[in-house]
Every structure is written in C-alpha cells, then in structure tokens.
Write a protein that binds this ligand. Structure first.
Ligand SMILES: Cc1cc2nc3c(=O)[nH]c(=O)nc-3n(C[C@H](O)[C@H](O)[C@H](O)COP(=O)(O)O)c2cc1C
Length: 220
C-alpha cells in the first residue's frame, strides 16, 4: 500500500472525485469465491490488516484477533467443516430451491491463496468494558467493522475476499488452536478475483434479489 502524505487537520481531501471513487469501491466490493491461484504478497495482507485495525471498536477495545491460516492440514480441517456444514444445509431445502442451493459456489477455500480467520477476544480488558455493559455483543460487532474495513481495503488493492460462515465454529476454533476465550467471527478467503462483477453472485444465480433502500428505511 502506498503511503501518502497526510493533509493537516481541517483539510480533509474528500472531494467529489474521491466520493465518486469511494462509491465505486463500495459498489464493486463483492463476496468473491472464484480466485486465481497466483499468490498474494504477505506484506500486502499485513498492510490490509493494519488498516482494518483502524475500524471503530466499542470502548476502543480492539478485540479483533487475526489468524493467518497457512498450514495445509488446518486448511483441510476447515474445508472438511465447510463440506459437512454445506451438506447439512442442503437438507433444509426442497425441490427447485434445493437444486439451486446445490448449484451455488459458496466458498473459494480450495483455490484462495490466503485464508484468514478473525476472532473476537471475549476476555480482553482493553477499553475497560466501556459501552458493552448492557450490550456485550458489541465486542463482536466491533470485529465485524474491522472485517468490513478489510473487505473494502482489499478491493481497493484489486484483491477479492470471501466470507465463509458455512462452518462449525467449534471445529474451526479447535483446528486453529486458539485461546478458548476467542470467538470465531469470520473465516475469510482472499486472492486475486478470477472474475469481476457489479452484482452479487447470489443475485446472479437467482437465489435472492437485492432490496431497494425504500423498503428498508422506516420512520417513527
Ligand atoms: C456474515 C456473512 C457471512 C457470509 N457467509 C457466506 C458463506 O458462507 N458463503 C458464501 O458464499 N457467502 C457468504 N457471505 C457472502 C454473502 O452471500 C454476500 O455478501 C451476499 O450474497 C451479497 O453479495 P456481495 O457481498 O457480493 O455484495 C457471507 C456474508 C456475510 C456478511
């Protein structure tokens, strides 16, 4: 990632061109499951993770813990968890819906050059508990905000990222040998996308359609 000179306070560089580019970034971010196999520089992933740690967190608790999953054996264990969970999930559907589900590609775990597991450290004392007395789940929400930041940052580098939740979190946590106080929030695969799309894969494959903002905003 190129380091650019920071403007002085009060001189933010967010002009109309930046805003249009930012909108493009948001619209072109995709959940990517179709990867080229060429490697991603480790330094690039480190830079992206560093950027992601500027995400907001409840009480500045910074509860995110990133695990780069490099071991083929551990990756295999995650793949097996995905395959089993996906088979179970398929049983929930019938008829054409079932056929549609079976045809979907729901992970790029085999092809992706990088796997990253992101956990919430539920035992962290950073932040002194501020903001999470009545809503302890905000610790995990904080980790999600880091994941979303990572997603956008990856896309800005031309990288694709996919989020895989069709997993048994206990099996993945075991396979990765992390502290018991860490909760799995996201299992991510990253790599150079084999395809670029402006529409979600699940929409393109007739699983679900995007809703229009008008249906989702309420006034009270
Ligand atoms: C919490 C979370 C879990 C997800 N889990 C999966 C998954 O297991 N498999 C998958 O194919 N996509 C998964 N996705 C990706 C969504 O299907 C995807 O974001 C959605 O279809 C919209 O597509 P887009 O991200 O390309 O806009 C997940 C996304 C989120 C936010």
């Amino acid at each position: 990632m190129t380091k650019i000179k920071r403007p002085p306070p009060g001189h933010l560089p967010f002009d109309a061109t930046f805003r249009a580019t930012f909108r493009d970034l948001v619209l072109w971010r995709r959940d990517v499951r179709r990867f080229r196999r060429d490697p991603v520089p480790d330094k690039l992933l480190d830079d992206l993770i560093e950027l992601a740690t500027h995400a907001p967190s409840v009480g500045l608790s910074q509860p995110w813990r990133f695990v780069k999953v490099n071991s083929p054996q551990r990756r295999q264990a995650v793949w097996e968890s995905f395959a089993a969970a996906n088979e179970e999930a398929l049983k929930e559907y019938e008829g054409t819906r079932r056929a549609n589900y079976a045809s979907l590609k729901l992970a790029g775990l085999k092809e992706a050059p990088m796997h990253l597991a992101v956990f919430a450290d539920e035992s962290t004392t950073t932040g002194g508990g501020l903001g999470r007395q009545t809503m302890p789940e905000t610790l995990r929400y904080s980790v999600v905000s880091a994941v979303q930041t990572l997603w956008l940052a990856a896309r800005a580098e031309g990288l694709g990222m996919g989020w895989v939740s069709i997993l048994d979190p206990a099996a993945v946590t075991r396979a990765l040998d992390v502290p018991a106080s860490w909760t799995l929030v996201a299992y991510l695969d990253l790599g150079w996308p084999a395809e670029e799309h402006l529409d979600p894969e699940l929409e393109r494959h007739h699983w679900e359609r995007r809703h229009y903002t008008g249906d989702l905003v309420f006034e009270r």
